[in-house]
Design a binder for this molecule. Structure first.
Ligand SMILES: [Zn+2]
Length: 739
């Protein structure tokens, strides 16, 4: 029986001892009699988990000597089993193998201590020592003096384990949450980490946001996880670790779902790599399926764990990335020993490059980056939906061979490694020819390569452009005019070329002669006469335009109005009876007018020629497979009203309750919650009222106000419309510049 004041007094004494700066193991001799008296038991052991090891160690003094027992965290011992399962255990007779077998078929009692002394173990109370959900050790109490251990003993022992756990955590310098160490390193503020944690659905999403929004590296995240979970961090190192082959019941989908990889090093030491190494239930399942006695545990980042499991790949000719990397890994034992592309590895290198290209096309990536690192493996990254993602690592020893292979494919000089080179290559996938622009750039870490995958195939139909109805009607009126100039404006990568080709596709009929001058020609359409300009050899946009005017055109596309000469020639062409389409690197439609006037264009000529200006951006769209509609919060409602403007908000016909969609994340979208992109548009129409303002060279603000009166809506307003429509979320509007 435990009375309250006995408990209170004992815990006061125990806490006082633990509060001292001395390590717990040094205070053990003081602690032991107190705990044994409290629980009415004969002996005890405190096992501490060894930092970064998959075992427990108990130390005790006999006389002047300190003895140590090490016990693996496995079902082969009682303390090991409690550490593995993280569940307390009362054993009434450790010599009863039937009682043990009911707990776990392989559970054994280590009787060698009894055998070497006169002591006999009769009963055991064994409690896991946990802190912040992480297993820190095991408290084992032996032989209740009168009767058997019961639930009351269990409760008291659990309370003891709690205070010991806090002491262990303090001693080991552990953190109380997985990413606290990042705050400690000043990589992120406590406040931002809290916000991110609260608004992320799970650790997986949180890690992705730490990487993408806070620019925290894999290594830093791995270190934080390692400090918290007290196990080593292992990144994706295919040249060091390989998947452990066993005939276990662990199938790939189970491992993927639980984010676990069973890997082995060169000496076949088995490592269970988990995203959540404190998940005891999962560890127990894996332990049972593997049926092995010894393995280490390590923590990994979900994406990297999935890479060990062979993340992605659609099969097919080049072979899976991991298989190829494995093959390369096993045939290259000597690190840093550069091999050339003619060595025995060449076929694997050829397939590796081919796999990278096919993966990029499959993921709909726009760019591939092969980045050399000063020390360590080469990083392969791909830009998908405008965001760069880490894809693979190539062993540093194969960097030169990979670069050489790409340079050969794109007809570059492989011997020249000191100056940047540009080239092109093409490959075939699914019967489709894909063109790739290649740039090699020497860096201090070695030669890097950036490849731009040129959009292949035909133009996007105008109906797929996701143009708001009001914009669509006005845009059609503009492009149906027999002459005039329409400008599509926005920064690089805002989808201007796609939009222009969608418009050309709409206008492309046999009775129209269409000429285009582009740099480069990315999209081809039957029926168009497309010309690649080459300023390097003096074939400029302005030259091309002059040539077109002698070739009986109806519609002319000029890739970009880079200078006054081109802009002037474009306006002249439109005033002489042609429809001219072109682009400019300006931010908004009204700003484009002042930019052109600043270039020195005549305001009267320009405003007479111009039929409209379409500013656009691309924003990410929510994954249609996992997006969820929820009522807008007050803050979101205010944001929508403020950004759309009170005077315009009625035209959105908002429903009540006001619903917005949120990114969740699923397999289809790589757990990002987003898939694909869509355009947002700001379409300025040249009306007589606006024209008179251009004549007067009025301010951007005045012209914008008039354009809005005439029906223009801003990029942010169009984005809000697409939030209400469920295409995207408010975060994407904020990226666009709403506040
Ligand atoms: Zn999804």
């Amino acid at each position: 029986m435990y009375t309250n004041d006995v408990l209170e007094r004992s815990f006061q004494q125990i806490n006082a001892i633990l509060a001292r700066e001395t390590p717990l193991m040094d205070a053990y001799q003081e602690l032991e009699p107190l705990i044994l008296e409290l629980l009415g038991a004969e002996r005890m052991s405190i096992f501490q988990r060894r930092l970064q090891h998959q075992d427990l160690v108990a130390r005790f003094k006999t006389g002047k000597e300190t003895k140590e027992i090490k016990v693996p965290i496995s079902p082969l011992s009682i303390a090991g089993y409690v550490a593995l399962s993280q569940l307390p255990l009362i054993i009434n007779d450790p010599y009863d193998s039937h009682e043990l077998a009911q707990i776990h078929p392989r559970l054994r009692f280590a009787d060698r201590f009894d055998k070497n002394s006169t002591f006999k173990t009769n009963s055991i109370l064994c409690i896991p020592i946990l802190n912040a959900g992480v297993m820190m050790g095991v408290l084992q109490i032996i032989n209740k003096k009168s009767g058997q251990f019961d639930d009351a003993d269990l409760r008291v022992a659990t309370k003891l384990a709690d205070v010991i756990g806090a002491k262990f955590r303090y001693e080991l310098g552990g953190t109380s949450a997985p990413f606290d160490y990042l705050v400690h390193l000043n990589l992120i503020s406590d406040k931002v980490l809290k916000e991110l944690t609260e608004t992320s659905s799970d650790d997986k999403q949180l890690i992705q946001r730490l990487q993408s929004e806070q620019r925290i590296t894999d290594e830093q995240i791995g270190k934080a996880l390692s400090v918290h979970y007290q196990v080593p961090y292992i990144s994706y190192l295919p040249d060091k670790y390989h998947p452990y082959q066993s005939d276990s019941k662990l199938n790939a989908s189970y491992l993927k779902r639980n984010c676990v990889a069973v890997i082995a090093d060169a000496n076949e030491n088995i490592i269970v790599l988990l995203a959540e190494p404190n998940n005891a239930a999962l560890l127990m399942e894996i332990e049972r399926a593997l049926g092995i006695d010894s393995y280490d545990i390590a923590v990994g980042i979900p994406n990297q764990i999935l890479q060990y499991l062979g993340g992605g790949g659609s099969g097919g000719a080049p072979g899976e990335m991991n298989e190829i990397l494995d093959e390369i890994g096993t045939s290259a034992d000597e690190k840093d020993d550069q091999i050339d592309e003619l060595s025995d590895d060449a076929p694997a290198i050829v397939r590796l490059v081919s796999r990278i290209l096919h993966d990029a096309k499959r993921l709909n990536a726009s760019d591939i980056h092969i980045d050399p690192e000063k020390s360590g493996p080469t990083r392969v990254r791909m830009r998908v939906d405008g965001v760069c993602r880490d894809m693979n690592q190539v062993p540093a020893s194969h960097h030169s061979a990979v670069i050489a292979r790409i340079k050969i494919m794109s007809n570059l000089n492989i011997a020249e490694k000191r100056v940047p080179q540009d080239g092109k290559l093409a490959f075939r996938t699914g019967g489709q020819l894909v063109e790739v622009r290649v740039a090699s750039i020497p860096t201090v870490a070695g030669e890097g390569v950036v490849m731009r995958i040129l959009a292949s195939g035909g133009a996007m139909p105008i109906d797929k452009m996701n143009v708001a109805p009001n914009n669509r009607t006005r845009l059609e009126e503009m492009i149906k005019k027999p002459h005039g100039i329409l400008l599509v404006v926005g920064p690089t990568g805002s989808g201007k070329t796609t939009t222009l080709h969608a418009i050309l596709g709409y206008l492309n009929t046999p009775e129209k002669k269409i000429w285009t001058a582009e740099d480069p020609v990315e999209i081809t359409q039957a029926g168009l006469q497309q010309v690649q300009v080459s300023p390097k050899i003096g074939f400029t946009f302005a030259n091309a335009l002059r040539a077109f005017l002698r070739a009986d055109p109806d519609i002319i596309l000029i890739g970009e109005m880079r200078d006054k000469e081109t802009a002037h020639a474009g306006i002249e062409a439109s005033l002489t009876g042609h429809l001219v389409l072109s682009t400019l690197h300006t931010n908004s439609a009204p700003e484009t007018i002042t930019r052109l006037l600043d270039l020195g264009l005549d305001p009267v000529n320009f405003s007479d020629a111009c039929v409209g200006i379409l500013a656009q951006r691309l924003i990410r769209t929510l994954c249609t497979n996992c997006k969820e509609a929820e009522p807008a919060t007050d803050a979101e409602r205010q944001f929508i009203y403020r950004q759309y403007g009170e005077e315009y908000i009625d035209e959105l016909h908002l429903s009540e309750p006001l619903m917005v969609h949120r990114a969740k994340g699923c397999e289809a979208c790589g757990d990002t919650g987003y898939k694909g992109r869509t355009g947002v548009h700001e379409l300025l129409g040249m009306t007589p009222e606006l024209r008179s303002l251009v004549y007067k060279e009025a301010s951007v603000a005045q012209m914008k106000a008039q354009a809005m009166k005439d029906g223009m809506r801003t990029l942010v307003q169009d984005a809000i419309y697409k939030v209400i429509k469920g295409d995207t979320d408010i975060a994407q509007v904020q990226i666009l510049g709403g506040d």
